[in-house]
Design a protein around this ligand. Structure first.
Ligand SMILES: [Cu+2]
Length: 678
């Protein structure tokens, strides 16, 4: 069988949908959602997708050869959602993005499902939707037939019979500024020798990357740099025999809820403790949370967030070689993260008490398919909620924390990302990204680390100069390239109403004046972020900088503005130069915080169409009109960066690393809201 890497799990699901993949996904939903009245934010059902496709296919202005790059709910206006009463009618529209490969046209259609008609058709000249499943397959087929590529393989010792065991790893090409390629769909294909292994990545065929013009189905060029021997080692961790002696299995640790889970599901609405929220699944963003509110016993639940999702990701690599310098995957906008989801299993990817729910997506031809076990919801132990031991009486009062987790998992090529939204009894929302999978590696000649063979110089420095200059040796002849991950989360806050403000908060040392004679004083300074340009901010760890979204029209009994604070943790700034193409294309990565005025179609930090984009789209453009933010419907965009200099202990598969941030109530409550936990 010919091999194109199953780089995107969406390919697997497309095969499942068409019945060509001979494996079954275990269905293990522990609880069924109870029936509920339809809601304006419910994701599209399979029947609705069918209906959308029928309406679009009946439109003469849309080419019959067009593929469906996106079919998703076009969410109604916020005012419609807030005014909605259970059982009442509401508008129902779908956003469809169509791409016609022969003509290169990209068209957006808004389809009115109730009126069964197309409400609008918009040409998007030059826009390139995310890479389609059919294009991954096609890229491999085209490259394999190319004489230049075949010659490069022979040069590296592969026989013609072995060509079929080469994995061609299709990458979104990035921006290529050549007039003859304008408007063409482009893919680049680094390659690996899989042989019979389940893990192709160690046997990297370094220095060979083809650039494929998918539109015209030809290979534009084959970059053939230095001939590096293919690394001999292929540590296949799918094969227990290759790992060596396995340690003794542990005695069981069981997670049981004998009386059932404490959350309830009604349609897509979840209630747990004092929280209520809705979830949906988007083919681009994956898990999306809506209408997050907390009921503290007042007149009505207090709204916190209207919508929260991962809006974009970018993973720029450090190596300047021609086969590497363009590698900076935009996993949301170039590949459609939602459609790259990996199903989960209770007891493996998620705890054994998880409830697993299916989602419905559509393939390139608009055919809906259901993926089981796509979203996990479960309670977990959260350590200590609060505790104190009174010194004199020796009395101890402690509450153990329980948390509610919404969890989904995505596999994009070599990397696996889980996203976890964790709700606490103390009113906190923690967002956690969990990174695992296989490091992206470069083949080199060296078998031992060149850096560690050096003597430190006069300054005590060890300067990388050899083949591992832009990465770390993780196995003989294998260097894992340094890279960064930038996640951008779009957080549409509505603290008890849509009109909110944003403050930056810094702790600063007080002046050594008369009222500070011992010079120990420090104060919390707050600064109102008044406009979109003023609200492009970076972390300052020395100042313990945080930001809060507040409702300036309300006061708590203590006289505070009720607010939620974005409490950062791990972060980074990009190393790529501000003028570099990747910084232009991922302008959002230049700041940790952006705030914009809510606009329904401003959803993606790198713009609607980052595939092959030249730059400037998304947040820099959204903020360019410098809209006012005071007392407006504000949207907070938080960029979380991770710099990843790999370690040998992360090879051949990475122990999961976690990074995240928290949204914590900042005077939203006048006392610890978890005091009442029994
Ligand atoms: Cu990484």
């Amino acid at each position: 069988m010919r091999q194109t890497i199953h780089w995107f799990s969406r390919i697997v699901f497309a095969e499942l949908a068409t019945g060509t993949l001979a494996c079954a996904i275990v269905v293990s939903a522990a609880a069924e959602a109870s029936a509920a009245a339809p809601h304006p934010l419910d994701p599209l059902s399979a029947a609705e997708i069918d209906s959308v496709v029928k309406i679009v296919r009946g439109e003469p202005k849309i080419s019959k050869s067009a593929n469906f790059a996106t079919i998703a709910l076009s969410e109604p206006d916020k005012s419609v959602v807030y005014a909605h009463k259970p059982g009442a009618a509401f508008p129902r529209e779908a956003l469809v993005v169509l791409h016609d490969r022969p003509s290169g046209r990209t068209v957006e259609a808004i389809v009115d499902l109730k009126g069964k008609k197309i409400r609008s058709l918009t040409e998007r000249p030059g826009a390139q939707p995310a890479v389609l499943v059919v294009e991954y397959e096609l890229a491999g087929e085209i490259v394999r037939k190319d004489k230049r590529w075949q010659a490069a393989m022979r040069k590296r010792g592969l026989t013609d019979e072995q060509f079929d065991d080469v994995v061609l790893d299709p990458w979104a090409a990035g921006y290529i500024d050549r007039p003859e390629l304008k408007g063409k769909r482009l893919i680049r294909t680094p390659c690996y020798y899989r042989g019979k292994s389940n893990n192709p990545y160690p046997r990297v065929i370094e220095g060979v990357v083809a650039l494929v013009n998918i539109t015209d189905e030809d290979v534009v060029e084959v970059l053939d740099l230095e001939n590096i021997p293919i690394p001999a080692q292929s540590l296949d961790y799918f094969d227990a025999k290759q790992i060596g002696q396995l340690r003794e299995p542990l005695k069981p640790l069981e997670i049981k809820q004998p009386n059932g889970a404490n959350f309830t599901l009604q349609g897509n609405e979840i209630r747990w403790q004092k929280w209520s929220l809705r979830h949906s699944f988007h083919p681009r963003e994956g898990l999306v949370l809506h209408a997050i509110s907390y009921d503290d016993g007042g007149d009505k639940p207090r709204s916190i967030l209207y919508r929260a999702s991962l809006s974009e990701m970018v993973v720029p690599y450090a190596d300047p070689a021609g086969t590497w310098s363009w590698r900076n995957a935009f996993d949301v906008g170039e590949y459609g993260l939602g459609a790259c989801l990996s199903p989960m299993r209770a007891g493996y990817e998620v705890p054994e008490n998880a409830t697993l729910l299916p989602v419905v997506l559509a393939d390139d031809l608009g055919k809906p398919y259901e993926v089981e076990n796509a979203v996990a919801i479960y309670e977990q132990d959260g350590g200590v909620l609060w505790t104190h031991t009174d010194y004199d009486s020796k009395k101890v009062e402690t509450r153990r924390a329980r948390q509610l987790v919404l969890h989904s998992l995505f596999t994009v090529g070599n990397y696996d990302y889980a996203l976890r939204w964790i709700f606490g009894q103390d009113g906190t929302i923690e967002v956690q990204a969990e990174l695992s999978g296989v490091l992206l590696v470069k083949g080199v000649k060296e078998k031992v680390c060149a850096v560690c063979q050096q003597e430190p110089d006069a300054d005590g420095r060890l300067r990388p100069t050899g083949a591992d200059k832009h990465g770390s040796l993780v196995a003989p002849q294998i260097v894992a390239t340094h890279h960064q991950h930038f996640f951008n989360f779009r957080l549409d806050f509505d603290i008890e109403q849509t009109a909110n403000c944003v403050h930056e908060m810094d702790l600063v040392a007080a002046e050594p004046l008369a009222d500070n004679p011992l010079r120990n004083a420090f104060v919390l300074e707050q600064r109102l972020l008044r406009t979109e340009r003023e609200a492009q901010r970076d972390l300052d760890h020395a100042a313990h900088r945080t930001w809060k979204v507040l409702n300036a029209d309300r006061r708590t009994a203590l006289g505070h503005f009720p607010a939620y604070e974005l409490s950062p943790a791990t972060n980074a700034l990009p190393f790529a130069h501000p003028q570099s193409r990747v910084r232009q294309r991922a302008g959002f990565s230049s700041h940790h915080l952006w705030v914009t005025q809510h606009q329904p179609r401003e959803l993606y930090a790198a713009g609607d169409y980052p595939n092959q984009s030249s730059g400037g789209d998304g947040l820099p453009q959204y903020a360019d009109d410098n809209q006012p933010l005071v007392g407006q419907d504000v949207v907070v965009w938080y960029t979380m960066g991770l710099s990843h200099a790999a370690r040998a202990a992360e090879w051949p598969v990475m122990p999961a690393a976690r990074a995240g941030f928290r949204l914590v109530p900042h005077n939203f409550f006048d006392r610890n809201p978890a005091l009442d936990v029994p």
